[in-house]
Ligand binder design. Structure first.
Ligand SMILES: Cc1cc2nc3c(=O)[nH]c(=O)nc-3n(C[C@H](O)[C@H](O)[C@H](O)COP(=O)(O)OP(=O)(O)OC[C@H]3O[C@@H](n4cnc5c(N)ncnc54)[C@H](O)[C@@H]3O)c2cc1C
Length: 365
């Protein structure tokens, strides 16, 4: 059986960032990806927003990694020529009664270390975004967008440049204890041993965990899937910044998401589902139109068309308290060399480089 020092399961943006980070630090890395190409799931089915880090609980991993990851990502994209734009984000209050909430959001952001947020009134909002209706908005200048597929290609290129290997169409099936760490079996019957095993399979992380012999099943958190659908319009975006409604519980609401080519999508909504399935229910169109007209009243009737969906892997579900994503090392599951990542929903794209650094620190201790 061949041996590799570190096996990363999953070639999404987080698995690739981890592989790159560890390869650059001298690890011998193999990335095993079930699909025939990288980034076919969550990492290419999201809003592509570089989040500022306004809403996460102060002091949480999400907050810390979002702030650090945002700075690292802007720097990475600029130095590697990965497409991105620091276009800013406006969170819009639909009426005067809700303007005080903008100031509460600003205070919440300030508690999270964001000192660049500010609130503007209706006149300035109209001046900056003539298509947007609202009584005011909170401006987040450090929010932006990134070309997620371009980012993943760049991370893979750097990982491979540092010696990492990518095995596509290679599904992790099981792992058993081995003198060197773990003996891993893949779907095609191939086997490899590894010292470190990183479970970055996102929606597949629970199946991977259940396939690891010796893992206390009680350490595996609940698995919940929260689907988010998108609709888009043809032509150019009527906005220059990202436009968000006031946030909802468990979702940031149906916001506008521009792409680097100047087009725009709207979404995602939030729907609990039972299995991974990406079709968009066209019956949602009327709900999307109503939500978008809250801030863009001139959305032409019938202009929306379905434009893909993504699924948030969550360790909390309906009726449960909201939980942030979870890193699990040997202190939690008892298996040295195993790092598991569960529930890496937003801001996983923004934070991928900081998440990779954190995993590196976990392996070093
Ligand atoms: C609707 C939506 C909107 C979002 N918007 C944003 C945003 O604007 N900004 C932001 O920062 N974050 C956003 N996120 C979160 C972000 O997209 C994710 O945190 C991030 O993409 C997760 O990356 P990943 O590598 O963990 O997952 P994935 O990209 O899903 O990668 C996991 C990989 O593991 C592979 N895999 C699964 N099982 C196995 C197996 N058994 N063997 C081998 N390989 C396997 C899969 O094929 C997949 O390629 C959003 C998420 C969603 C769903």
């Amino acid at each position: 059986m061949d041996h590799v020092q570190t096996l990363v399961i999953g070639a999404g943006v987080i698995g690739l960032a981890i592989a790159r980070h560890l390869a650059l630090r001298g690890h011998e890395v193999l990335i095993a990806e079930a699909e025939g190409a990288i980034g076919q799931h969550t990492s290419s089915r999201n809003s592509g927003v570089i989040h500022a880090g306004i809403y996460y609980p102060p002091g949480s991993d999400q907050q810390r990694l979002c702030l650090a990851g945002k700075a690292m990502l802007y720097d990475y994209c600029a130095t590697r020529h990965v497409g991105h734009a620091r276009c800013g984000k406006l969170t819009v209050a639909p009426n005067a009664e809700r303007v005080p909430e903008l100031h509460q959001l600003q205070a919440r952001g300030a508690a999270n270390g964001l000192d660049d947020l500010y609130v503007i009134g209706a006149d300035e909002l109209r001046e900056r975004e003539p298509a947007v209706a609202g009584a005011g908005a909170m401006v987040s200048p450090s929010s932006g967008i990134v070309d997620a597929p371009g980012l993943m290609l760049s991370l893979l290129g750097e990982a491979e440049g540092a010696g990492a290997m990518l095995a596509l169409a290679t599904r992790f099936v099981a792992a058993a204890p081995h003198p060197a760490g773990f003996a891993v079996r893949f779907g095609d019957g191939a086997e490899v041993s590894c010292t470190n095993l990183i479970n970055a399979a996102a929606l597949g992380a629970w199946d991977v965990a259940r396939g690891i012999e010796g893992l206390a099943l009680g350490s595996i958190p609940p698995c919940n899937l929260a689907k988010g659908s998108y609709f888009s319009i043809s032509g150019k975006s009527p906005f220059s910044a990202l436009i968000y409604p006031m946030p909802l519980v468990g979702s940031l609401g149906v916001h506008s998401v521009q792409d680097l080519g100047g087009g725009v999508r709207f979404g995602p909504d939030m729907e609990w589902i039972d299995k991974v399935e990406y079709s968009v229910d066209t019956g949602k169109q009327a709900m999307f139109e109503a939500a978008i007209r809250e801030y863009w009243p001139d959305l032409p009737a019938g202009a929306l068309h379905p434009d893909g969906a993504g699924i948030r892997p969550r360790i909390w579900g309906p009726g449960m308290a909201k939980r942030e994503f979870e890193f699990q090392g040997a202190d939690i599951h008892g298996l040295p060399g195993l790092v598991q990542l569960f529930g890496f929903e937003s801001p996983g794209l923004t934070a991928c480089l900081a998440i990779a650094r954190h995993v590196g620190e976990m392996l070093a201790t």
